[in-house]
Design a protein. Structure first.
Length: 296
């Protein structure tokens, strides 16, 4: 069982016109699966034998550097390039996925486990929730050991969610059930985000998902790894943390904005999610600003 996250890395990359994308190439690690969340700009990845791929922004790029490392990465566009690169060691990927070959789409199976394509790279459209996820990955106010554990856990969840939830034509029953459960998680998320201050009750969420409340509660917990109430707390605190970091509100205003009538309850919830109090979060380095820095 792979419970730890050996040599997981996350790194923000920006425009570097002077070096023509050299620091992007240097960010690629050998013998790894790289997930590049290309938020803005565009890149050209050069391989041997005059092969290359040009990739526009708003893309999720998967690359197997164990099969082949590119010779170069060039930045396209007007210098607004920005991306988050995630590094998953090949040993961890193989150990985690070998027994799940049939749960993956054909191109993912080939890229990750072989036989590898000539150009070991595939792309997917970047989803809106991927952008939000990338901004909230870093936790600069935590100590390095705690941050590594938190980021490793979140990167692992991101990896499996992306690799194992694509349709493969005729789905296995367990895969189809998982997909439907994840779709329900998405519907619940949208409904909660639409009204964090006064979220719909469980009965209304169940009606939106087309199932009974008890079944939704159970399958949501299985798919999301947490209860709906704790998921709501996470969404509320993420929104409040963004407001505090951006200076849009003080703690009392942020608490009311996301549905907490008691400042003490808000502070308890904030500490449970972020590991520090709202006041310490404001006093420390702004999370949204530090998220753009390269990880140590």
């Amino acid at each position: 069982m792979y419970l730890l996250y050996p040599a997981f890395e996350s790194r923000w990359l920006g425009a570097d016109a002077q070096h023509g994308g050299r620091h992007w190439l240097q960010a690629l690690r050998p013998r790894a699966i790289m997930a590049l969340l290309l938020l803005d700009g565009g890149i050209r990845v050069d391989w041997t034998m005059h092969r290359h791929r040009e990739i526009a922004g708003n893309s999720l790029v998967w690359m197997n550097t164990g099969a082949a490392l590119p010779e170069g990465v060039r930045l396209l566009g007007g210098g607004g390039n920005e991306a988050l690169v995630l590094h998953f060691p090949l040993e961890w990927v193989h150990g985690s996925l070998t027994s799940l070959r049939q749960e993956m789409s054909a191109d993912f199976r080939s890229l990750l486990l072989g036989p590898h394509p000539v150009t070991p790279l595939i792309t997917r459209p970047l989803e809106a929730e991927d952008r939000a996820w990338s901004r909230s990955l870093m936790a600069p106010t935590l100590c390095s050991a705690a941050r590594q554990l938190l980021e490793g856990s979140r990167m692992s969840e991101f990896f499996f969610r992306k690799v194992l939830t694509e349709s493969k034509g005729e789905e296995l029953f367990c895969t189809r059930t998982r997909r439907v459960a994840l779709e329900r998680v998405g519907k619940v998320r949208q409904a909660l985000l639409a009204n964090l201050e006064d979220p719909p009750p469980l009965e209304e969420l169940a009606r939106l998902c087309g199932c009974n409340p008890q079944y939704l509660s159970r399958t949501f917990s299985e798919a999301a790894g947490t209860t709906i109430s704790l998921y709501l707390r996470r969404l509320r605190i993420e929104k409040a943390a963004e407001m505090l970091a951006a200076g849009q509100a003080n703690a009392s205003e942020a608490a009311l904005e996301v549905g907490y009538r008691s400042l003490s309850h808000f502070s308890q919830a904030f500490r449970a999610e972020k590991g520090i109090s709202p006041s310490a979060w404001v006093r420390g380095p702004a999370p949204l600003a530090n998220a753009r820095q390269l990880s140590a």
